[in-house]
Design a protein around this ligand. Structure first.
Ligand code: WQD
Length: 351
């Protein structure tokens, strides 16, 4: 059973990926300093998989502490690296914190890849590397444009660092560019735990519907799109998770032809903000309390994926529909209200 180190394993995509890896025969250890995640999410992972996952509460910016994890786990066969700060707005206010945290942690990990001869490395990248694309859908060959935020630059720079490292080291890497991960595991035992007021659309919808937020604001309906609101490629977090399992198998089975492969992880369908709200209202039977507000600075007008390459190379086919995304997100929001592990999602009471 191959052991995989998942960084950010207590996070939203990390925890869902751990479930999928275990269900597909991998052994997993997590490293997560829990500054932006809650370790009790792993109790949900255990309930789903029957496996207790060890988490090293370590800051990957501390090289010695990171090194010690690999000394203690000499059988790590591969790494899936999620751990990073990801709030676009915060990154604009605190760019140095983002560059230091997201890049120092990556470099420390890659030093350990070299030191311990780890052969496979999967990186959590983002469609944000495309900026505001001139043409959509975007393919992996669509040239990256200026990022919209320091967060976006850390993803672009992270990809470049890994690409150059892969040329010099005996390692095979995958850069997985997520579009908009949404939804929750169908059991509602794990899901997204936004800290404070959610910036992302789907948690803003579900928190408004459950009464945590008084009203949701649609950031602009005067864009040049079919209904005036922005277009995104929403993709279920379980589909994203499974792509990591397929990606690791692709690497472990020697299927990679390049030292560093890039794949878009999106459904290939563009959905507007108002259409997403409509889908939520349909599956929940609720009328969402929202108002149209001004455009949000930095928002991309429209982006969605051409996912032909990942379908061909990994055999990955997204399974969850937009309705599934909304229904699982809503089920999770309702569960959160009564789940003693995550009192209101305010970590201060629990950490
Ligand atoms: C989607 C659309 C908003 C909230 C960002 C990062 C990306 C990834 C996902 C980390 C936009 C609109 C939102 C609200 C709204 N982050 N919206 N009202 O901006 O596409 O992507 O988050 O991995 O890297 O760039 O996602 O969910 O914030 O916004 O109208 O209350 O929903 O304006 O058009 P985004 P989002």
């Amino acid at each position: 059973m191959k052991k995989i180190l998942v960084t950010g394993g207590c996070g939203y995509i990390g925890s869902h990926t751990i479930v999928d890896l275990i269900e597909n025969g991998f052994d997993v250890v997590s490293v997560d300093n829990n500054t932006r995640s809650n370790p009790r999410i792993l109790e949900g992972v255990e309930k789903i998989t029957g496996k207790k996952v060890k988490n090293y509460k370590v800051d990957l910016c501390n090289f010695d502490d990171t090194f010690a994890i690999f000394q203690e786990n000499p059988d790590i066969a591969g790494i899936v690296h999620f751990a990073a700060y990801k709030a676009v707005g915060e990154s604009v206010e605190l760019p140095l914190m983002y560059f230091e945290n997201n890049l120092m942690s990556l470099i420390n990990l890659l030093k350990c890849v070299q030191e311990f001869s780890i052969k496979y490395f999967v990186f959590s990248s983002s469609c944000t590397v495309y900026g505001n694309p001139d043409e959509i859908p975007v393919t992996e060959l669509t040239p990256p444009k200026a990022a919209e935020s320091p967060y976006g630059y850390t993803k672009q720079m992270g990809e470049q660092i890994i690409n150059e490292f892969s040329k010099a080291a005996d390692v095979r890497c995958l850069l997985l560019r997520y579009f908009n991960p949404v939804g929750a595991h169908p059991t509602a035992l794990i899901g997204e735990l936004p800290i404070g007021r959610p910036a992302n659309l789907v948690p803003a919808i579900t928190q408004t519907a459950i009464g945590k937020l008084p009203q949701m604001i649609v950031h602009g309906n005067d864009y040049p799109t079919r209904d005036g609101s922005c277009i995104r490629d929403y993709i279920h977090v379980c589909d994203i998770a499974h792509a990591h399992t397929l990606g690791l198998s692709f690497l472990l089975n020697g299927k990679a032809t390049k030292k560093c492969e890039v794949f878009n992880l999106g459904t290939g369908n563009g959905v507007t903000v108002l259409e997403a709200i409509g889908a939520f209202e349909k599956v929940s039977g609720l009328k969402l309390n929202y108002t149209i507000g001004p455009r949000r600075p930095g928002d991309v007008i429209a982006i969605y994926a051409n996912n032909d390459l990942v379908k061909k190379q990994l055999g990955w086919i997204p399974q969850y529909s937009l309705d599934d995304m909304m229904s699982t997100a809503w089920k999770w929001e309702q569960k959160l209200k009564v789940d003693e592990r995550f009192y209101n999602g305010k970590f201060s009471e629990l950490n």
